[in-house]
Design a protein around this ligand. Structure first.
Ligand code: SAH
Length: 260
């Protein structure tokens, strides 16, 4: 049964066997690991993963695809198919005590950012995550201070995890072809926070504020949140722009913020 790709579900199915092979080689799936695939689609990554003898849960939103997957993989007892919205799915409920989840997904690009943050809310039960995303988004996640791509997404993602670009994937690797180049990113949640943050929502607030007017100096962009003298007292130059502030510096700034 042929499935017509649905744009509203961000369906771009992988059909390039070299890319699929490269993804499977770089994730190093081992028998009995517990994997979760988000948006399995027609199973382009599901099948090779199952062949690695892993335990696998998949979460798919499109009910027609769920029917197709149930039929295609009915002889795989280690596969559980969840007909659900990954944005609302409780991933922590899948994890058995003491055994972390490994996550993979060729994500629908329109929900990739909220989905990553949803998963990171449960970072304690996640070993690592491999995602296919827009190249542009991966570049932003991995960017360092001083780069034009460095922004809120870089700081917040790097607070939660070690982010590494693995390789780029051209539009021709998908059917239908997306407009943009894609990339595979590896995200490994930190076991210990890399910097001391008292309250993540305060970090989020200060970073969002600083980058909302990224051409302004901190002195100006953070005016409503923190006095210039306080910034100076932290050893941070208030005439700098957000783009040159490190995660450690943002953490120190956030720890100054009052409760709302
Ligand atoms: N992994 C497959 C499909 C990628 S297309 C492949 O590489 O070929 C993205 C997939 O995510 C589609 O199957 C789409 O139906 C599914 N999807 C879209 N939004 C979703 C959501 N909110 N929760 C779970 N799956 C979703």
């Amino acid at each position: 049964m042929a499935h017509t790709p649905r744009k509203r579900f961000g369906q771009n199915f992988l059909h390039d066997h070299n890319i699929i092979y490269n993804i499977i080689s770089s994730i190093q799936a081992m028998p009995d690991q517990h994997w979760v695939e988000i948006g399995p689609g027609q199973g382009a990554l599901t099948e090779p993963l199952l062949n690695e003898k892993v335990r696998l849960d998949v979460v798919e939103l499109d009910r027609d695809l769920v029917v197709l997957l149930r039929e295609k993989f009915k002889h795989y007892p280690k596969l559980q198919i969840h007909s659900a919205d990954a944005l609302k799915f409780d991933f922590s409920a899948l994890a058995d005590e003491g055994k972390k989840l490994r996550i993979i997904g060729n994500l629908p690009y329109n929900i990739s950012t909220p989905l990553m943050f949803h998963l990171l809310d449960n970072a304690y039960c996640i070993e690592d995550m491999h995602f296919m995303l827009q190249k542009e988004v991966v570049d932003r996640i991995c960017a360092s201070p001083g780069s034009k791509k460095y922004g809120r997404l870089s700081v917040m993602m790097q607070y939660y995890c070690l982010a590494e670009l693995l390789f780029y994937v051209p539009p021709e690797s998908f059917d239908p072809m997306p407009q943009v180049t894609s990339a595979i990113v590896r995200l490994v949640p930190h076991q210990q926070p890399p910097v001391a943050v008292n309250d993540i929502s305060k970090l989020n607030r200060v970073v969002t504020q600083a980058f909302s007017q990224r051409r302004k100096t901190l002195r100006n962009s953070l005016k409503k949140l923190i006095d210039e003298e306080e910034i100076v007292a932290l050893g941070i130059d208030p005439t700098l722009r957000a783009e040159s502030i490190t995660l450690a510096e943002f953490a120190r700034l956030s720890n100054l913020l009052q409760d709302l």
